[in-house]
Structure formats: C-alpha cells, structure tokens
Design a binder for this molecule. Sequence first.
Ligand SMILES: Nc1ncnc2c1ncn2[C@@H]1O[C@H](COP(=O)(O)OP(=O)(O)OP(=O)(O)O)[C@@H](O)[C@H]1O
Ligand SMILES: [Mg+2]
Length: 279
Amino acid sequence: MGKISKLVDSIEKETLEEDKIPFTAPLSPEEDRILKNEEFPQITLTDVDPRLLVYHQPDSLVAEHFKILRSQILHPRTGLPARFILVTSAVPKEGKTYTAVSLAFSFARTTPTLLIEADLRKPSFSEKLGIKLDYGLSDYLAGERRELNSVVYKTDYHNLYILPAGKTRVEAKDLFSSESIIHFLEELRTKFPKHFFIFDSPPVLVASESISLSRLADGILFVVRYAFSDYEVVAEAVDKIGKSKLLGFVFNNYMPSSLGLFSPKLKYYRYAYKYKYYK
Ligand SMILES: Nc1ncnc2c1ncn2[C@@H]1O[C@H](COP(=O)(O)OP(=O)(O)OP(=O)(O)O)[C@@H](O)[C@H]1O
Ligand SMILES: [Mg+2]
C-alpha cells in the first residue's frame, strides 16, 4: 500500500474511533440546561432528502469523507478550531447547502452543533430536511422575534440544533450589515458556549451577505463544484472574502480518475464521487 493511502486509512480509522467517543467536556449548569433541551422547542426530522447520505447512511463512503473534513476542522495543525464556520461558494448550485447540512450531521455526532440557514434569499432547508418552520433568522435579525429560543430548534438527531431562514424579505442583505447581526453572534456565543456554528450562505458573487458574514466568521469553507466554475470566477470570489480565514476548499462532484492523477483505489480522493442526482 502506498504512503498516501496508508495515511488516509489511518485518518479514517481515527475519525471512526472519534465517533464512538461521547461528548464528555464538563458542563456549566447553563450549558447542561441547554443540552437537556429545556429551552428550545424540539423538532423531529422525518423527511430528510435521500441524497443526504451522512444522515441516511452513516457508514457510507460519503459519510467517511465528511468525518475526515470534520476531523480536519476540529483538530487544526495550529491554534484553536474555528467555531463559527461559513460555508460558501462563488456562484449558485455548487453544493453549499448540501455540504453545510452534511457537515452539520457529521459534527453533531461528536460535538454540539447549530446549523444556521443564512441564505435568506433562497432558503432550502425545508426541502432538504423536510421541515416547515414559521420563524427563523430573518425574523430575529429584523427584530420581530427577540429571543433565540423562538427561532432555534433542537432536533432529534444527536446534538444538532437548527436555525432556519424564516420569512423571505427584500431587505435580506441589509440585515447582515446591521448592528443586529453583531448582537446575534454575541447571543449565540452566550447561549451556546460549547457549540460549533455552521452557516449555510448565498454565493459570494451574487449576494453581499456572504462577504459581511465572512468578516465575522472564524473560518470559511469554500465549495467548488468540479468542472462547473471557472478558475477566474473562483479566484474573484476568494479575493472578495480574503484568504486569511479560508479553512480550505471542498471539491464537490470531483472526478479524480478523469484527470488520471490519482489511483482509483485511493479512497481519500473519492469524495470526488460523481452523483447522479445533480440537476
Ligand atoms: N455531493 C452531492 N451529492 C448529491 N447531491 C448533491 C451533492 N451536492 C449537491 N447536490 C444536489 O445538487 C443540488 C444543488 O446543491 P445545493 O442546493 O447544495 O447547492 P447550493 O450551492 O446550496 O445552491 P444555491 O446557491 O442555489 O443555494 C441539490 O439538489 C443538492 O441536493
Ligand atoms: Mg443553497
């Protein structure tokens, strides 16, 4: 076996072991109360999109690759892990929501996680997660809902909380550049002191909200749908958000064998998988 595949196998083994470790960090009474769901309304996920394999097939290859991604984010080579993670891309339909939701399912298996639908223009959580919720982030930022517990929901999936987009509004972009977003982030850190926050967002070259959010994020995951966006387009978007907080790129729909660069036996690169559902 080659060196790279040995390395990949050892990372995968490590991340599999990690999944078995329960969340054991000591909790304050406030954190304990939050984790016992005493504050947030509960929802049951009953109709999750079958394409979300991390949820439906936790032992699948796709789920393994999200574990590796999770592990890389949770255990950075230097410094502390990014807690406020923005998932974005240059243009629409590159797989941001798919990546954000899959990553959140993967994170929640080991770490308390809040998944936030910050694409207020084109929300799709209801379709991907089969949930219909009346209020969410836009209502909180617009001041119509004042408490987090009126917009955040505890799901029945491990330690996963969800904050949906809420009502669609014309002034979506202004909500992210207002004072209320700063207050919102402070509230999140207070009410969810142990959680990781995964933000799904609109595409950088289409909506300025992602640029505002990138200024506030600790880390940015940039999704690139393979053979879809031009290099110049991706470079322009990365230029807009800056490189300093980039955690890395997620190559969605990547086809390594077509490039002939990697052995088809090399599991690590098969996150590249071609999936048949892309429309
Ligand atoms: N890796 C994948 N496997 C299976 N289906 C995928 C994958 N990535 C994306 N899709 C599907 O492709 C479509 C577009 O993906 P998604 O909605 O995540 O893109 P997006 O970047 O969030 O788009 P938008 O900019 O419109 O919000 C969806 O139907 C999604 O379920
Ligand atoms: Mg999306």
